[in-house]
Design a protein around this ligand. Sequence first.
Ligand SMILES: Nc1nc2c(c(=O)[nH]1)N[C@H]1C(S)=C(S)[C@@H](COP(=O)(O)OP(=O)(O)OC[C@H]3O[C@@H](n4cnc5c(=O)[nH]c(N)nc54)[C@H](O)[C@@H]3O)O[C@H]1N2
Ligand SMILES: Nc1nc2c(c(=O)[nH]1)N[C@H]1C(S)=C(S)[C@@H](COP(=O)(O)OP(=O)(O)OC[C@H]3O[C@@H](n4cnc5c(=O)[nH]c(N)nc54)[C@H](O)[C@@H]3O)O[C@H]1N2
Ligand code: SF4
Ligand SMILES: [Mo]
Length: 680
Amino acid sequence: MTIHKSICPYDCPTSCGLLVESDGERVVRVKGDPDDPISKGLICRKMQRYDQSINAPQRILTPLRRIGDKGEGRFAPISWDEAVDAVARRWTTALEAHGPDSILPFYYSGVMSLIHRNCGDALFNRMGACGLVKTLCASAKHAGYVAVMGETPCLDPRELARSDFFLVWGCNMKATRLHSMADVVRARRSGKRVVLVESCALDMASYCDRVVLVRPGTDGALALAMMHVLAEEGLADAEFLRREAEGFEAFRQTLGAYTPAWAEGVTGVEAGVIEELAREFAAASAPAIVLGSGNSRYGNGGMTVRLITILSAFTGAWARPGGGLCGCSPGGGPYVDASRIARPDLRAHPARMVNLNQLAMALAGEPGKAPIRCLHVYASNPMGSVANQRGIRRGLLDPALFTVVHERFMTDTARYADIILPATFSVEQADCYRSYGYRSFGTAYRIVPPPGDCKTNWEIFGLLFRAMGYGEDHFDRSAEEMLADLLAHPVDGLADLTTEQWETLRTGGQLAMPFAEHTAWKTPTGRMRIVNHELAEPMPHYQESHGGQENLGGQENLGGNRPLRLIAVPSAETLNSVFLERDDLVARRGPMTLALHPDDAAARGIADGDAVLACNDLGEVAFTALVTPLVARGAVAAAGIFDSRATADGNLVNALHHERLSDLGAATTLNDNTVEVRRA
Ligand SMILES: Nc1nc2c(c(=O)[nH]1)N[C@H]1C(S)=C(S)[C@@H](COP(=O)(O)OP(=O)(O)OC[C@H]3O[C@@H](n4cnc5c(=O)[nH]c(N)nc54)[C@H](O)[C@@H]3O)O[C@H]1N2
Ligand SMILES: Nc1nc2c(c(=O)[nH]1)N[C@H]1C(S)=C(S)[C@@H](COP(=O)(O)OP(=O)(O)OC[C@H]3O[C@@H](n4cnc5c(=O)[nH]c(N)nc54)[C@H](O)[C@@H]3O)O[C@H]1N2
Ligand code: SF4
Ligand SMILES: [Mo]
């Protein structure tokens, strides 16, 4: 038995350090690495039995060719030669008939390490295929934050040790930020207060001193009313804001209208509670707003995050250690030159861009554009994770579409493939990892060989690149060599490493980088921008979400205008579509539930545990009702992504998600849909 360092590859802010025990052929045990500078040995339940995922009997081990109807899930094994030949032939035919705009790669966050996540870009750039607007997750949040702070780093979660008040805002830390959750629990034990602002507080309520339930999509009104109170009562740090920010005085003049009474009508939060919350926030010296992404996934998501970001600075907290905002972009890096992986230089003409959130629209065919004839999905499961499931299914059923899915398991998307290519796990490949929650960077190397005929993303894109006859030598090396090349050409983030730190990267391990200077504003003007004249809406103000609008005409009405606001929240037991192979975790998670408030349930004659149907213009989805006062009135919440085999009709919650985008960042608005719910 040997023990090796590795790093968690999944879309989770920590990128925990792992210790992987292997017999040379198989992984037999996985533990948290106590020497990892960020996670310090703590890992989530999901990854404690990573070996069960790696060694799962359902793993796809050979290339497969479809022998049944699309979506039926019947496949026969074929060789890699046959598979690569079939793909290259279909690509060539489509290129000749319709040009490179007819070929759509599709990937997002199945694997977060830099080489294996991004290496397909080199092939598709060379081919001239469609490019992706990758805004499936938190780009409205990022854009809203950047609108105020530019590239100024927010708090690294390790800095929360110095915060004296926690405003956990739309963040299920228990599920999605295990390590900062532990810090907050510790802080609370030492007497610091934790207040939660949520639309669904099921997981977090018991860890907080106060729970404020807010109607989905209305957080901007809450932030404005809090700033109204701070300004009225002389609790804003006007001197700090005049000096460090642009537009404070003009913004302050708009605050008069945003009274707590007005905000109560919008958010459902009592005016008195808003006043108390503002005073409590102002009384803290170094309050930290721990901001999740949930409230940015709305038509007004960018504006909402702008307002919360401004609030985080309104009492001058940014100037004090531990004070400010945690959860957008702690900065750090870039550590490597990603263009060495993605090779934008190989692209001859600008790409046709497709937004990940609008896959159904792209497959349906867009006027004046080439039809999509080839879809190449990897590290993603759009049938479960992307809006308008019915539209995606319709697209995937089109006999003219040739679909390749590069996967480890028979996902909902893979079942619609013409060719499935067997993929690998992180322990079977070398790569580097940049955490998105912390300032850290690390490397991990191959520990066990891939089982069966599985191949890494890097290997398979190399095979396809050569099969297409592309002459560049980019893929004529291993992923290990690509990694060595990246480390040999370091950029800013790795500029000042010690010899010992370089040794860590050469042998595998993670480095924690120093904290940022938070008031060295990295904006074009060197100050925070409360008012930002580069935006269509320079002055921040209250903006309705799509679901909050009464009259959306025609097409725009899809998913809108029903009495209950539907949000899709992360599940603690799984991670998007990852871990669905694990019976232990799936069983703990239980059935596909829809949480709703007792008042909303009573009005519809719904009791806890009832079979219910949620419906809107897009479709109808069956759930089990979970009646709880921990969901805001008027909200219904569906946790986690499921495998459609867990349902009678194959419909998952994304069958109720429309394809509209956010105000800033062209992002998903997956929380911004309305539904009616009735007993089944
Ligand atoms: N166990 C587990 N870990 C995960 C994931 C997972 O699925 N499971 N997902 C991973 C991914 S991809 C990401 S992006 C990260 C972060 O994952 P995110 O999806 O950003 O999750 P959170 O930050 O917890 O934010 C979601 C929270 O926002 C709340 N919310 C929704 N709408 C509103 C609103 O209008 N107002 C307020 N106040 N709250 C609202 C939801 O109830 C939910 O608790 O986590 C990662 N880690
Ligand atoms: N209903 C609902 N929808 C959501 C969310 C939600 O909470 N609820 N969350 C949203 C968010 S925040 C995000 S980020 C997106 C994520 O959406 P996606 O990017 O589609 O991610 P997953 O759904 O997790 O699917 C990832 C797939 O990649 C595969 N995979 C893992 N590693 C590798 C590898 O090395 N190579 C290859 N080829 N495949 C690999 C896994 O087996 C898995 O099936 O979903 C969004 N959609
Ligand atoms: S899923 Fe998140 S908490 Fe779990 S081991 Fe990976 S990075 Fe750590
Ligand atoms: Mo995400």
